[in-house]
Design a protein around this ligand. Structure first.
Ligand SMILES: [Zn+2]
Length: 125
């Protein structure tokens, strides 16, 4: 049996949409149809950008962006590298839950480069 790390989240039983945040209601308007679900802790880079003016507790500059999980979930996070992050690179995803006194726990994601592009999005030119 696989012991690969997974991300905890929710999936809508009506439309199938997933999220890695603890949502009670489907963002697609299905209502209170969310159940707990696990997602892969690896994905591919959808897009990234370099932030040149950082907050006091972050490196300067740093990369942020979106990663697509194989289950169709797109998540935002910070990249653990100062190097450029091209689309379709494979990454490992590490979740950090942080308490938040106004809206409840908040999960942040950090992406670690895990391999080169697989060319998935460039198949048709
Ligand atoms: Zn739904």
């Amino acid at each position: 049996m696989s012991t690969a790390a997974q991300l905890s989240g929710m999936r809508c039983t009506a439309c199938g949409q997933g999220t890695v945040q603890a949502e009670r209601y489907c963002a697609h308007g299905c209502g209170q149809t969310m159940v707990e679900a696990d997602f892969s802790a690896t994905g591919t880079v959808y897009a990234s950008t370099l932030i040149h003016v950082s907050a006091p507790n972050l490196p300067n500059p740093y990369h942020v962006g979106y990663v697509d999980l194989p289950e169709g979930v797109r998540i935002f996070g910070h990249f653990a590298t100062a190097d450029p992050v091209p689309p379709d690179c494979r990454v490992r995803v590490v979740a950090h839950e942080r308490p938040d006194d106004q809206t409840g726990p908040f999960v942040r994601f950090r992406f670690f480069l895990d391999g080169p592009s697989n060319g998935r999005r460039n198949e048709n030119g």
